[in-house]
Design a protein around this ligand. Structure first.
Ligand SMILES: [Zn+2]
Length: 303
């Protein structure tokens, strides 16, 4: 794996990870729900993550400063980025996609369970949880503060490549020390759900009308979920974009947490292009809304 992490970035990331932003409740509300034919997709807002330009190193530039300033933010950041999970329902059935940070990234997060309960679904009623990938802000919420399974009856579903990577002792040994908390969380999750993990491969059907869409690069088994009913479609694209402000105009700007930055760029460009060509509606774990993608003078726009 290639990780482009400067010492400065690592320090910045490790210093900021525990700091969930404490913004007014209104700012922490998720948009939605979104209707996709007979499906209802409800974003569950876990919290807001203070993204520093150093976490997208190319944004430590005049261009990055101008974009942040243009969005009404301090030129040197941070930019508050949502952390979402999603509840997907059709009739009596429901599924969860990701679970937020839980308590593993410190205070300021861990609102997914309450948001789920407010939607009328108790954690013990969730039978299936699809995971876009095993990073802490997506899988940490699967754990109680004691690192036990928070979802007593749920099966976890993830890409075979994702499970292989985070279970690989050699991958862990060769990862920079600052990333070992990611391995710790991923392995704690796998240990908390023994015999309750189902692997899928490629564009597997996850449920009728719902397919996995492999989007590798951010992690090896990073995937989106494509929901379709008739001509109505919505792609929940995982972590294709961590900052709408910075990465939509600059799809080549990578985050420091990409396992393979070059592959992450290729994947981001490919899916942005596909969404633009097909008029595909998208949302994501770090997007505040859903919308369609259009090519712009520089990069792309979410409209
Ligand atoms: Zn993420």
């Amino acid at each position: 794996m290639s990780l482009h992490l400067s010492r400065r970035n690592l320090l910045a990331a490790s210093a900021l990870l525990p700091l969930g932003l404490h913004l007014p409740a209104a700012a922490a509300q998720a948009s939605g729900p979104y209707r996709v034919g007979a499906f209802t997709v409800t974003p569950l807002r876990d919290g807001l993550f203070p993204l520093e330009p150093s976490m997208i190193p190319a944004a430590e530039s005049r261009a990055g400063q101008a974009l942040l300033k243009g969005a009404g933010l301090p030129a040197n950041g941070p930019s508050p980025e949502p952390v979402n999970a999603f509840l997907i329902r059709r009739g009596e059935r429901h599924w969860l996609l990701d679970a937020g940070c839980g308590t593993v990234l410190g205070p300021g997060f861990d609102r997914v369970t309450a948001a789920l309960t407010a939607e009328g679904v108790r954690p013990d009623q969730v039978e299936t949880i699809w995971l876009s990938h095993l990073h802490a802000d997506h899988a940490g919420g699967l754990l109680t503060p004691n690192r036990l399974a928070r979802f007593a009856n749920a099966e976890l579903v993830l890409q075979e490549r994702e499970l292989a990577y985070w279970s690989d002792a050699a991958a862990r040994a060769s990862a920079p020390a600052a990333l070992s908390p990611m391995f710790e969380t991923a392995q704690a999750v796998l240990a908390a759900y023994p015999d309750r993990i189902r692997r899928v491969s490629g564009e597997a059907e996850l449920a009728p009308g719902i397919h996995a869409l492999p989007l590798p690069g951010h992690t090896p088994g990073h995937m989106g979920v494509l929901i379709a009913d008739g001509s109505d479609r919505l792609l929940i694209w995982g972590d294709i974009v961590h900052s709408r402000i910075l990465q939509m105009p600059h799809p080549d700007w990578t985050v420091i947490w990409d396992t393979d930055p070059a592959e992450a760029i290729t994947t981001r460009r490919r899916i942005l292009d596909r969404a633009a060509v097909e008029g595909l509606r998208v949302t994501g774990m770090h997007l505040a809304t859903s919308g369609k993608i259009e090519r712009a003078e520089t990069g792309y726009e979410l409209l």
